[in-house]
Design a protein around this ligand. Structure first.
Ligand SMILES: *Cc1c(COP(=O)(O)O)cnc(C)c1O
Length: 390
């Protein structure tokens, strides 16, 4: 990316190939950059930079896209989670059940509200929250009586929806609400339903590298519950009541910029096609290397948004070395599960507490994944992988 003008080119058996990016935002901009510039120019002309008309247009489009009754845009995926917890009234002493195999934001917001993340181990095949372990963890906390019952935050890791069928049953059994952290999974489905309409509240992120990204920070919250919707809209604007200077609860400044909304409206127009291409690339990767490494298992009724294409392997070090030598970028999401992070040391977890998450963190690797990878590039990456594995 640093090399803005000269588009680095690789020579491969006499053929030229564009340098492989882990996520290629430039290629997307080449496709719809003109429309995006126009949309941004329009915002600059009308000057409604905060809560301008594009924000509400985007929310309508997001409802159409997801089938959710309500969409509340906001400033980031992290704020989306924070606002959702606030809307549920989660606070000090509440247990919030979540996965340690995720980005820090998921659990950070729990702690910021004084609530207590209770980390539950993942399934070794899907890398998502394991429903059986969730049930056990909730039962234990309830029996222990030290914490109040808060809620559940499953994460759709790498774009794959969590097992909401089972998780919702468990939630109902204990009377807990579910916030789906869909920061990586906008566009994913279980059956014909968007994953984000399957929970009480669900959140997403428009961070540039997410499947649907803007040109800065952004996020959104989805719900079918009118009461939650009204609370979320209030929390987004400092806990407003009937108007901005009538404050009925504590809130935050959680708004999405109008310019970002305008950009997202343009990007949403090509998003369905991009999701399809991501899925095709994932199928090619799986066909090439699925026998040699354990790729993330996608249950039959699910589609993934493929935020990442990830697999576990004992040969990670060797693979990273060979990919790097061949200019194939790769990344480790996530090298350390949250229960072992210093930020959570006062929760007193230790190594061995959540063995599946720990083992996956030690062997996970992600390959380049974006809809602008050419067939040549996918073949090149797959061949580099096969060479590394053999
Ligand atoms: C990216 C991400 C977030 C945070 O989103 P931001 O928009 O960066 O604040 C939260 N949870 C998960 C799982 C994420 O991947």
């Amino acid at each position: 990316m640093a090399n803005g003008i000269i588009n680095i080119i690789k020579v491969k058996r006499g053929r030229l190939m564009k340098k492989i990016e882990f996520v290629d935002l430039k290629a997307q901009n080449e496709l719809i950059g003109r429309q995006i510039k126009q949309a941004v120019d329009q915002v600059i002309s009308h000057g409604k930079f905060i809560m301008g008309p594009e924000v509400f247009d985007l929310e309508k489009e997001l409802c159409n896209f997801t089938g959710s009754q309500y969409a509340v845009s906001c400033a980031s995926g992290t704020d989306a989670l924070l606002m959702s917890l606030m809307a549920l009234g989660i606070g000090p002493g509440d247990a919030v059940f979540t996965t340690p195999f995720t980005f820090i934001a998921t659990a950070e917001v729990i702690r910021l509200l004084g609530a207590v993340p209770v980390f539950v181990d993942i399934d070794g095949d899907t890398f998502n929250l394991d429903p059986d372990k969730l049930d056990k963890a909730i039962a234990e906390v309830r029996l222990g009586k030290k914490l109040n019952m808060g809620c559940i935050i499953p994460v759709d890791i790498f774009g794959l929806p969590a097992d909401y069928g089972e998780i919702n049953k468990i939630a109902a059994k204990y009377g807990l609400k579910v916030i789906g952290d869909g920061a990586q999974s906008l566009g994913s489905r279980i059956g014909n339903t968007c994953a984000c309409s399957l929970t009480d509240i669900s959140t997403t992120s428009f961070f540039p590298a997410k499947p649907l990204g803007c040109y800065g920070d952004g996020g959104a919250i989805f719900t079918n519950n009118e009461d939650f919707y009204e609370k979320l809209v209030s929390i987004r604007l400092h806990g407003k009541g009937n108007h901005k200077y009538d404050n009925v609860r504590l809130g935050i400044n959680g708004r999405l910029d109008t310019i970002q909304a305008a950009i997202l409206i343009e990007k949403l127009k090509i998003f369905e096609g991009e999701l399809k291409t991501r899925d095709e690339i994932a199928s090619k990767y799986r066909a090439a290397i699925g026998e040699q490494v354990r790729t993330q298992k996608i249950p039959e009724d699910c589609t993934s948004a493929w935020a990442q294409f990830s697999f576990v392997t004992e040969k990670r070090e060797k693979i990273v070395r060979i990919l790097q030598a061949r200019d194939v970028p790769c990344a480790i999401y996530y090298p350390k599960p949250l229960h072992l992070q210093k930020a959570f040391e006062n929760l007193r977890y230790k190594k061995g507490d959540l063995p599946v998450s720990e083992a996956v963190a030690e062997s996970i690797l992600s390959l380049p994944m974006h809809p602008y990878l050419s067939n040549d590039q996918v073949a090149y990456i797959s061949n580099a992988m096969l060479d590394a594995l053999n």
